[in-house]
Design a binder for this molecule. Structure first.
Ligand code: TPP
Length: 659
């Protein structure tokens, strides 16, 4: 192994040595603790430390790093106290996730480290968003994100690199190529000669280096940083290394040929660097035991601190509350005057525009939303007013863009991401469910984002442009879900979602876009999240519904003025207004839950269960549900009409009233 010190003096070389040695020694201690059953899992980075340490040394302290599960050296090099790391690994109260997540699955703004979630890949797009925030605020910074070579097969890798290339984002994508993805060797993971060649396909530069040589890693990252500082762009860096231990300790290394182990043992990053320093007389042999002793004492005393820390005392309220960033709805709202009659679609546009004016750090991203104005023209004219920096056309990659939105939120921005159709959210599902929703609970980071979802049927658009998929999200704690049925609510709920720093799924019904109009305040009046609206007072039964269902119910009651039905428009689905529903059902004694989604496990099931549980003694009839058929949504008009819940509304109401 050839080391090139370039302009580094002896003290610096020795400081690098200490940075390299510390994670090795911490790991050795952890392996003992693992055997003693004091920590649950350990993903070893032994043999790979030069990458984590060398790259972190090259990064400025205020630049974000997004490491993986084997990168202890990132955390130690950023000088996180060992006791805090150990508390994290042991699930103690002073750990970064307060016992809620394990090992390196946490982030910390204090140290500008954004740890991965268990899923391989999503962190790559977060790096894009973080870098985008730096670019938008004219900060000449670099973001460094890691991936294993195995995870380069994930779509998230492709999406993140492509976005970064198209947007010239200053991100270093570092592949730690350690030969195996769990037990699967590289020749069963990918078919190109070397992963760095993929850079060509993205139109970006790529470099491949010896990841076991700390100086090579350090100099390469420094060099790339200096260059992209002047000329922002992403770079792909493949660092060759080897995983010397099992994927995690229980999985072993039996599948690794012995000669391969021996070859890489000879290339150990610590032993070789030590030899080099000794040869340079930068390090003297008698210093080594002293440094080691100092670290042993440190590790032991830090461990003792954590070992003696009291365990977490579970508290349900704390757990439930911490799913969300605290937010108090402003009690006083401005008077809703003057007001203008607007279509539902224009009310959304109006809300977006006012949100963009109010928050210069708000960025909207989506397919075709810039000059073209979006598939439904909701952002028409936005580029002219707010510029292309904040109104961003995206490549077609929902996962990458939702992840980039979260990266913006991590780095001080607010983001709105438009799904061209709510159906396509499936391609961004992982980011929403596992990153947006769980991050605040895990490490108290607010994800200030709104995902806009043009939803619903009624336009003969078939199975992939008409789905009602709100129930995929209402069962996910950490998200807030809203679904306006009227123009004023569409604007007020959107503004409230922009205001609230939690992640929102905002449903907007395509059929209502141009089919309904109403009075909409010109100013920014917020509608409180979680508050239903009694659209029509009545005594015979309560129809609890939302979205297009509200209009079906209104149409029905207009035709049946003899039936005094109460119509509750939920407006928010997570959280939803249990008090309003209970009060209505207690008054009418009969409840019908109506929605456009398919019946089985639709959101109505939750409401019906709640009513049955909490209002049983007030009921004069069983709670009834009216939902769409349990089939995919057909395109043909007659088939679609038959599919939709509306077709069965009349018979269900009659059954309910006759019971
Ligand atoms: C999306 C996803 N699929 C599968 C896994 C299970 N898993 C965890 S690590 C791993 C191997 C990863 O290999 P690589 O990306 O090369 O990183 P390494 O562990 O070698 O550092 C697998 C399959 C996961 N965590 N996430």
């Amino acid at each position: 192994m050839i080391f090139d010190r370039k302009n580094l003096d002896n003290d610096t070389l020795v400081s690098f040595y200490k940075k390299l040695l510390l994670p090795r020694m911490v790991e050795e201690k952890m392996l003992i603790l693992l055997r003693q059953g004091r920590i649950g899992k350990w993903f070893s980075g032994i043999g790979q430390e030069a990458i984590a340490v060398g790259s972190t040394l090259a990064m400025a302290d205020d630049e974000y790093i997004l490491p993986m599960h084997r990168n202890l050296g990132v955390f130690t090099t950023r000088n996180i106290p060992l006791s805090r790391l150990m508390a994290q690994w042991q699930g103690k109260p002073s750990g970064f996730t307060k016992g809620r997540d394990r090992s390196f699955h946490f982030g910390t703004q204090e140290y500008k480290i954004i740890g991965m979630i268990s899923h391989l890949g999503p962190q790559l797009a977060l790096a894009d968003g973080i870098a985008l925030a730096d670019v938008l605020s004219n900060q000449k910074k670099t973001t460094l994100v890691y991936t294993g070579e195995g995870a380069t097969s994930e779509g998230d890798f492709h999406e993140a690199l492509n976005i970064a290339a198209v947007w010239n984002l200053p991100v270093i994508f570092l592949i730690e190529n350690n030969g195996y993805g769990l037990s699967t060797p590289t020749n069963e993971q990918y078919h190109c000669a070397q992963l760095v060649d993929r850079a060509i396909g993205y139109g970006m530069e790529g470099r491949r280096i010896d990841g076991n040589n700390i100086l090579e890693v350090y100099h390469t990252i420094t060099d790339i940083k200096n260059s992209i500082r002047e000329n922002p762009r992403p770079v792909l860096l493949e660092c060759m290394t080897f995983r010397m231990r099992g994927h995690e300790e229980a999985s072993g290394t039996k599948y690794v040929p012995q000669n391969l182990m021996e070859w890489w043992s000879a290339k150990d990053p610590l032993a070789n660097y030590e030899k080099y320093l000794l040869s340079q007389r930068a390090l003297l042999p008698e210093w080594i035991p002293l440094i080691r002793k100092e670290f042993t004492t440190l590790i032991e005393s830090e461990f003792e601190k954590v070992y003696n820390e009291a365990d977490i005392v579970p508290d349900i309220n704390t757990e439930v509350e911490d799913m969300y960033h605290p937010y108090n709805f402003p009690a006083a709202q401005p008077a809703a005057t003057p007001a203008t009659t607007k279509r539902y679609i224009d009310a959304i546009s109006d809300g977006l525009r006012q949100g963009m004016r109010k928050y210069p750090n708000l960025v909207i991203m989506g397919q075709d939303i810039a000059e073209y104005g979006g598939a439904f023209k909701i952002t028409q004219g936005f580029v002219e007013e707010f510029g292309k920096g904040r109104v961003r056309n995206t490549p077609i990659c929902e996962s990458g863009i939702v992840g980039a939105g979260m990266g913006l939120a991590i780095n001080g921005y607010k983001a709105i991401v438009e799904m061209q159709f709510a159906d396509f959210v499936t391609c961004g599902f992982n980011q929403i469910i596992n990153n947006l929703a769980k991050t605040h609970y895990r490490w108290a980071q607010a994800v200030d984002m709104v995902v806009r979802m043009p939803t619903g049927a009624g336009t003969g658009a078939g199975p992939f442009h008409s789905q009602s998929n709100e129930a995929w999200f209402t069962k996910t704690p950490g998200l807030k879900v809203v679904y306006p049925a009227f123009p004023a609510d569409a604007k007020g709920l959107l503004l409230a979602a922009i205001e609230d720093p939690n992640p929102f799924i905002y449903f907007e019904h395509k059929y209502l876009y141009r089919s309904i109009s109403g009075e909409v305040p010109d100013n920014d009046v917020l509608i409180e999240i979680g508050k239903a609206n009694i659209v029509q007072q009545g005594t015979a039964a309560s129809i609890i519904t939302f979205g297009l269902g509200v209009h079906w119910a209104l149409e029905y009651t207009a035709k049946h003025p003899d039936q005094p039905l109460e119509i509750i428009d939920l407006r928010s689905l997570l959280p939803w207004d249990k008090e309003a529903v209970e009060a209505s059902v207690k008054k009418t004694g009969r409840a019908l839950v109506l929605h456009e989604d398919t019946l089985t496990s639709g959101f109505g099931a939750e409401i019906a269960a709640h009513i049955a549980e909490h209002c049983f003694k007030y009921l004069d009839a069983p709670v009834m549900r009216c939902g769409s058929l349990d089939t995919a949504i057909p395109m043909n008009k007659a088939l679609e009409d038959q599919f939709l819940a509306k077709a069965r509304l009349e018979e269900t109401v009659e059954k309910l009233l006759a019971y």
